[in-house]
Write a protein that binds this ligand. Structure first.
Ligand code: C5P
Length: 287
């Protein structure tokens, strides 16, 4: 086998809370995360020469060590104590700076693909250990199953999936840089001593299987600090609601918004309206 291709699926947060600052400088989070069918295509190809090379369908993204997919390949070969011999091809469909874990999903897909390509047969648990050194969301993206995620993102407890529904992902023209979003949250919440427990209610709602209960308990702490600086997010949320979304919520630290719909045709109407406004909008399914 000389080539392996993996799907790298976008992630959404049905709820996202920040509950403390850790000694390692990261924040403790509590989140229900799941993936949707919108995905990048990630291919790894064996090469004769030693090294990692990367090509990307989007010319504005880095192709060297700054790309998380490159970092993932370097970390994988270091773990198996072999010289890297790989060319990575990324076909990007997930927008960046969106809170959809596009870069993290690519990195996790590289880990899975290299696991097959090299015949290393590492367990998901080992891949998650390697992922810890690459980025917090990469850990979840290794298996991508609906999960309650805590710690800095390394504690993964699988949970019930969403009930049957359609997902609309949309994003305006501005993006959000995650470290700055966390810094603004620190200013607002201090040591976060008042936070905690809200995400568990959302987890219970996931097990209830009721889209109404899930929509009522869903929240994202980052909305409070990101939305006031980005009027497009409110506009997108309002458009989704107007077209019958049961829930519309920002994902991660933004700026993408997802809508959950009972009716796929409502989701398609909202997609059309948002595209007419010049926004990115894709209809997909939850996994
Ligand atoms: O883990 P990752 O490198 O993706 O995180 C990017 C940045 O987001 C970190 O440098 C940190 O500022 C912030 N972060 C955090 N707590 C988390 C995850 C991310 O403070 N649990």
């Amino acid at each position: 086998m000389n080539t392996v291709t993996e799907k790298a699926c976008a992630k959404i947060n049905i709820c996202l809370d920040v509950t403390g600052i850790r000694e390692d400088g990261y924040h403790s989070i509590e989140s229900v995360m799941l993936c949707v069918t919108l995905a990048d295509d990630v291919t790894v190809e064996k090469t004769d020469d030693i090294g990692i090379t990367l090509e990307c369908s989007r010319s504005d993204l880095p192709t060297g060590e700054k790309n998380l997919a490159y970092k993932a390949a370097a970390a994988f070969y270091e773990y198996i104590e072999e010289n890297p011999r790989v060319h990575i091809k990324l076909i990007k469909n997930i927008p960046d700076q969106a809170g959809l874990a596009g870069g993290s999903a690519d990195a996790a897909a590289v880990l899975r693909a290299l696991n097959t390509l090299t015949g290393a047969c590492l367990s998901d648990e080992t891949l998650r250990k390697i992922a810890e050194g690459i980025g917090s969301d990469v850990i979840f993206c290794v298996s991508s199953d609906p999960s309650f995620v805590s710690g800095r993102g390394e504690i993964i407890d699988y949970c019930a999936p969403l009930p049957e529904c359609t997902v609309l992902l949309a994003k305006g023209n501005s993006g959000v840089k995650t470290p700055g979003a966390y810094r603004s949250l620190d200013v607002m919440y201090g040591d976060y001593s008042e936070r905690g427990g809200l995400a568990k209610k959302c987890l219970d709602a996931m097990y209830s299987g009721s889209l109404d209960a899930i929509s009522e308990s869903a929240f994202n702490i980052f909305e409070e600090i990101v939305i006031p600086n980005d009027p497009e997010i409110s506009l997108i949320k309002d458009e989704m609601k107007r077209n019958g979304a049961s829930l519309s919520l920002m994902s991660g630290s933004g700026s993408a918004v997802f809508g959950l719909y009972r009716s796929e045709s409502d989701a398609r109407l909202a997609q059309k309206a948002l595209r007419e406004k010049g926004f990115f909008a894709e209809v997909c399914k939850p996994l």
